[in-house]
Design a protein around this ligand. Structure first.
Ligand SMILES: NC(=O)c1ccc[n+]([C@@H]2O[C@H](COP(=O)([O-])OP(=O)(O)OC[C@H]3O[C@@H](n4cnc5c(N)ncnc54)[C@H](O)[C@@H]3O)[C@@H](O)[C@H]2O)c1
Length: 323
């Protein structure tokens, strides 16, 4: 049985939907930002908190857990600057509690949701796993701290782990049954689609004088189902003992500028966006694009779904959005 912590959230719920086809799944989530309706009915749901040792012990006592996939975290960069305590507490201290309980119950396989924010503002065209990590906010720092704990736990206690550093997750399940629903929403594609649906007044573009072909920032978008598939490959590699301590980037290697994303949304939906040009935000690098060659070479994974497909799926979800 696989424990998915944070399985009611955006990315976790997509992983659960794929994983229940192959494994028995128990989801632990406190629903702080997740949605009960997003959890596939074939999974067992336990409402509980990652930082609560008793909640965790109850789960490990009740189910024969062989691996843990950990999605639960707070992930608003701006909020992490205003309130770092909240981030270090939930993302680092609570994860330490989870690892402690895992060691107690001798569960040694772990997959961790990390982020491009661990790289900060790298000075390279394509970010690979050897690029220096230098987070510029407490959110990125909190994820890097967990990565460091995992390396130490691996050496000292034999923990097997895979760290997956996602770039920008986007899109929705092809059925449109689940999709992205954050409050507040800070991600570009849902913000554009909300504007096109009329639930948001305008789309602000922060900076149009970057050193990029059209002056707007370039980012790497990855379909949430591609992300889910990468997790399943990582899980298989851990369970077959093929891998024991690895870090992989997950992106599609193609950058798209903010303007290109807006234009693609307009083309896919046939609706014109109300766009406002605004000043740059501090801490926004011109370009953040991943090389995912390592996971392709080692596990055979690559992002299959391109930007149009991401937006088509997200658009169907946003039009119906049941939760
Ligand atoms: N969305 C992205 O583009 C992106 C990019 C890089 C990394 N990540 C990472 O991926 C993971 C999932 O992101 P998401 O967008 O699905 O976020 P989300 O907020 O939709 O999901 C997080 C889930 O964890 C749960 N949770 C949070 N704290 C908890 C706690 N203490 N106990 C139990 N449950 C708790 C929430 O209720 C929610 O269901 C996060 O770790 C995030 O940092 C996301």
């Amino acid at each position: 049985m696989i424990l998915v912590v944070g399985g009611a959230g955006y990315i976790g719920s997509h992983l659960v939907k794929e994983l229940v086809e192959k494994e028995d799944v128990v989801v632990l989530d406190n629903l702080s930002t997740g949605h009960r309706e997003a959890i596939d009915k074939r999974a067992i749901f336990v409402r509980g908190d990652l930082g609560n040792e008793e909640d965790l012990q109850m789960v490990f006592r009740s189910y024969p857990i062989k691996a843990v996939m950990h999605f639960a975290a707070f992930s608003l960069v701006g909020e992490s600057v205003v309130d770092p305590l909240k981030y270090y507490e939930n993302n680092v201290a609570s994860t330490l509690t989870l690892l402690k309980v895992m060691m107690k119950f001798k569960v040694k396989n772990f997959i961790f949701s990390s982020t491009a924010a661990t790289y900060g503002i790298p000075d390279v065209e394509l970010i690979d796993e050897t690029t220096k990590t230098a987070p510029i906010n407490p959110y990125g720092q909190s994820k890097l701290m967990v990565e460091q704990m995992l390396a130490d736990f691996s050496k000292s206690y034999g923990l097997n782990y895979v760290v997956l550093r996602y770039f920008n997750a986007a899109g929705a399940h092809e059925s449109a049954a689940i999709g992205e629903s954050h409050d507040p929403e800070t991600h570009l594609i849902p913000i554009i689609l909300q504007q096109l649906l009329g639930t948001r007044e305008k789309v602000s573009v922060f900076g149009s004088d970057y050193d990029t072909p059209d002056g707007t920032c370039i980012r790497d978008y990855i379909h949430v189902t591609d992300l889910a598939e990468a997790h399943i490959l990582a899980l298989e590699a851990l369970l077959s003992e093929e891998k024991s301590a690895e870090t992989y980037n997950l992106g599609n290697g193609l950058g798209f500028s903010v303007k290109e994303v807006i234009e693609t949304c307009e083309r896919v939906t046939g609706v014109k966006a109300n766009v406002e040009m605004a000043d740059r935000r501090s801490g926004d690098p011109a370009r953040l694009v991943a090389s995912s060659d390592k996971i392709f070479t080692e596990l055979g994974w690559k992002a299959e779904r391109r930007l149009e497909r991401i937006i088509e799926d997200a658009w169907r979800w946003h039009q119906k959005q049941p939760y």
